[in-house]
Design a binder for this molecule. Structure first.
Ligand code: GLV
Ligand code: MG
Length: 320
């Protein structure tokens, strides 16, 4: 299992997180099903998919699933409740203390400022020291409010536990007072309301903060899980804006999402050519090279390396 970062800094590369399947924390049966699904990441949810009366129960079911199920090669995360609720501190404490050694990351929803991340980071420091875990529990921050997007630069730098920034379109829409066009509110039938991509700025801002800090950028879920065309459109757009993966709310969405975020043969071939040309240029003491008439510099080289490493990890090419 590769949970470690393969690169540091801006081009930090982690195990691919193309698809993130969220599963209600109080549904043990769904956890079992999810443990063998095609998602790169399974996110056990204690927040909005769990009704208030089931929060305590969900917490213990999630702990039990973390400890007892075989998750194979999948990354497993837990979304705790928002830090402004009465559930969050106990979610963080109980889940991390009891099953932190099985946990890749804690997902914090409704992150509004860097202090939210500092708080979780400090708690996790103490828990890890106390429990003597050998793994370091990561943090994923869902940005889903006007305040969160305003403070995103500070949030993205707040802890070296941070792995991803995730866009939450439903809560973000509510926060800025943007009209929802479907019950799910996740990107469906947007064109009926606005002649463009309504979330372009918010997603691009999030991608910018993520990439400037070596983090992965994840797009929000697409709520209508029988609309494959709409899902694909929304995934392709997010990918074009620089997102590395997309959240899924149903296993039926995984094939489309994985396919959109998997580097294509052309991408991989191009990356291979760039790596070769740049390494040769470096040997000759040059800082730039060209491939098919396009200039290749250090940034292009790093991006190509990222594509190559992802492809390697996914078994699309043999390890160098
Ligand atoms: C997800 O949490 C969202 O608000 O879209
Ligand atoms: Mg939300």
């Amino acid at each position: 299992m590769i949970h470690k970062l393969l690169f540091k800094g801006y081009f930090q590369l982690m195990k691919p997180r193309r698809s993130i399947l969220s599963v209600p924390g109080n549904n043990k049966k769904m956890h079992k099903k999810a443990s063998s699904c095609k998602a790169d990441v399974i996110m056990l949810d204690l927040e909005d998919s769990v009704p208030p009366g089931a929060k305590e129960k969900a917490r213990s079911i999630v702990i039990d699933s973390l400890l007892s199920l075989d998750w194979g090669d999948r990354i497993v995360t837990v979304r705790i409740n928002g830090l402004d609720t009465s559930f969050a501190y106990r979610d963080l404490l109980s889940v991390s203390e009891s099953a932190g050694h099985m946990l890749d990351s804690v997902v914090i929803p409704k992150v509004d400022h860097s202090a939210d991340i500092n708080f979780a980071d400090r708690m996790l420091n103490g828990i890890e020291l106390h429990k003597k875990f050998s793994n370091k529990i990561g943090i994923e921050a869902i940005i889903e409010s006007a305040e969160g997007l305003e403070n995103i630069s500070d949030i993205a730098k707040a802890s070296n536990r941070l792995k991803t920034l995730v866009f939450g379109v439903a809560d973000y829409s509510a926060s800025v007072g943007a009209k929802l066009v479907s019950i799910s509110g996740h990107g469906e039938k947007e064109e009926d309301l606005y002649p463009g991509h309504r979330w372009n700025f918010a997603i691009s801002r999030l991608v910018m903060a993520a990439k400037a800090n070596g983090l992965i950028a994840i797009d929000s879920p697409y709520g209508n899980f029988i609309d494959t065309e709409g899902l694909k459109r929304s995934a392709v757009t997010a990918c074009a804006l620089g997102c590395d993966g997309k959240w899924a709310i149903h296993p039926n969405q995984l094939d489309v999402i994985n396919q959109v975020f998997t580097p294509s043969k052309e991408d991989i071939n191009r990356a291979g050519k760039i790596l070769k040309a740049y390494r040769e240029a470096e040997k000759q003491g040059l800082g730039a090279a060209s491939v098919n008439g396009h200039m290749i510099d250090k940034a292009t080289f790093r991006l190509a390396k990222q594509v190559w490493k992802q492809a390697e990890y996914l078994g699309l090419i043999k390890k160098l």
